[in-house]
Write a protein that binds this ligand. Structure first.
Ligand code: NAD
Length: 464
């Protein structure tokens, strides 16, 4: 199939590369000239596992890059819209990027195309796209608008796309359904997985991949409701963790107890400093705004957002509890990305917390395996420096703070850390370590929803 993907960010670039991997002819379009130049030069602008492999495999063959939407879309049977839908001033989704794509597309229609919403959009967006196409001159029978929400997670995006839990296609005509079914056929009939060069499997992924066909409206709602539910799970367990702290219980044990009920499930019951990223915060806010517009006050969502905000403030209080005063304290911060496995810092709780700590007068030496360049752009260099390794960040620091759940942080050499920190104090916002192990290594250890480890802090015996 000839496919155009509009927007070459985290979703568009991954979707385009994976669609090329499935055998389609894909043009990936962006109005950011620099991004397209980077991609045309064979470089990869984002950190995402297997993305570089796919681009190397298909670049110049199944996938091309362009800044011209009209040229690229002219012969396309499907055009996926994967542009940003950021939060607007009133908390609702700003759909102006989607609208401008629809305006441009109207002049590119040539034959029949299905316009596919890949961006996360509020219910009724497909109707608006249709109207915008009409008033800009696209004949009614020359296009259909469908919704195909994307559920990939940054950090595992390529494997999530190729090994999804389900594919949702929201269509209002059989013609559009047939095109979308054909696009995903290698996944739903399993032929992709028979290929010797397939991208390694995602553990636990269902086969064959279920394809759920709904109306466009339902598909739009599925995406918002999914993200709202996941965020609710995170805020719920954070609230439970706060009660655990108050009564001296251990949230790990509580999670095991409730998560083993298969109606609840263990996943996403990870207490910490709250969710962030480019999706949950804006999507919850947008879903709440949609509900309000429909005449329903979805107050549960407001509370989910409030708990999430509060979780950061509680963490700051924990840092104060561990260190007393903060002015002039030298803190090692591990983690800048909003979660492990990505370089994305949008709405990262780590960035928000660093800003709070800088405001308190701390000096910060930060390390992140992938997100330092992006973080430097937004945090600057005043009272914050960037280290080449976790150990360099920790060297002679008054305390170590863990703010992102990178798996490699959980494997740090605790003995070495104990030696190089000025004081053996660790405040862990992601529960990466076992409190008993931290006690054995002589750390004062503060985590989320678990009793503090209060080994008396003494200055490190060995000066490295
Ligand atoms: P992004 O900001 O990384 O990428 C968006 C891209 O669209 C940018 O490169 C931008 O230059 C481009 N763009 C904007 N207007 C354009 C136009 N008129 N023509 C061509 N290109 C244009 O955003 P993202 O993270 O990829 O998210 C895109 C959408 O997918 C959002 O609606 C988001 O909510 C949704 N989504 C994101 C994720 C995720 O994990 N990032 C997951 C699922 C769904």
């Amino acid at each position: 199939m000839q496919i155009t993907v509009v927007g070459s960010g985290y979703v568009g670039l991954v979707a385009a590369s994976c669609l090329a991997e499935l055998g389609h002819q894909v043009v990936c379009v962006d109005n950011d000239d620099r991004k397209i130049a980077v991609l045309q030069a064979g470089q990869v602008p984002i950190h995402e596992e297997y993305l570089a492999d796919l681009l190397a495999r298909h670049g110049g063959k199944n996938i091309r890059f362009s800044t011209s939407l009209t040229d690229s879309a002219r012969n396309a049977q499907a055009v996926f819209i994967a542009v940003g839908t950021p939060q607007g001033d009133e908390g609702d989704a700003d759909l102006s990027y989607v609208e401008s794509v629809a305006q441009e597309l109207a002049s590119a229609v040539n034959g029949f195309m299905v316009i596919v919403e890949k961006s996360t959009v509020p219910v009724f967006t497909h109707d608006w796209i249709r109207k915008i196409m009409h008033i800009n001159g696209a004949p009614a029978d020359s296009f259909e608008v469908a919704s195909n929400p994307e559920f990939l997670r940054e950090g595992t995006a390529v494997r999530d796309f190729l090994y999804p839990d389900r594919i949702v296609i929201g269509v209002d005509s059989e013609r559009a359904a047939a095109i979308l079914r054909e696009i995903y056929r290698p996944l739903t009939d399993g032929s992709y997985y028979e290929r010797p060069d397939h991208i390694p499997e995602r553990l636990g992924a269902p086969r064959p991949v279920p394809l759920i066909q709904t109306s466009a409206k339902s598909a739009e709602l599925i995406k918002h409701a999914s993200n709202a539910f996941l965020a609710m799970k995170i805020s719920f367990i954070n609230a439970v963790a706060n009660i655990c702290e108050a009564v001296g219980a251990d949230v790990r044990q509580v999670c095991e107890g409730i998560g083993s009920d298969e109606r609840i499930g263990r996943r996403f019951l990870n207490p910490g400093i709250g969710y962030g990223g480019s999706c949950f915060p804006k999507d919850l806010s947008a879903f709440s705004a949609v509900a309000h517009e429909c005449g329903y006050e979805f107050r549960l969502l407001d509370e989910v957002m409030r708990i999430n905000e509060e979780q950061r403030v509680r963490f700051l209080r924990k840092v104060k509890k561990a260190l007393w005063t903060l002015r002039g304290k030298k803190l090692a911060v591990l983690g800048l990305a909003f979660k492990g496995g990505t370089d994305d810092i949008r709405e990262s709780p780590a960035i928000a917390l660093i800003r709070m700590l800088l405001k308190e007068g701390c000096e910060i030496r930060a390390y992140d395996p992938a997100a330092m360049e992006r973080a430097r752009e937004v945090l600057g260099a005043e009272r914050i420096t960037y280290a080449d390794s976790p150990y360099e960040a920790a060297n002679k620091a008054d305390a170590l703070l863990l703010l992102t759940d990178w798996p490699e942080f959980a494997k740090l050499d605790l003995r070495r850390l104990r030696t190089i920190l000025a004081y053996p104090i660790v405040v862990d916002g992601r529960n990466l370590f076992d409190p008993a192990t931290m006690a054995e290594h002589g750390f004062q250890y503060y985590s989320v929803g678990r009793p503090d480890v209060q080994v008396p802090a003494r200055k490190a015996a060995v000066d490295p």
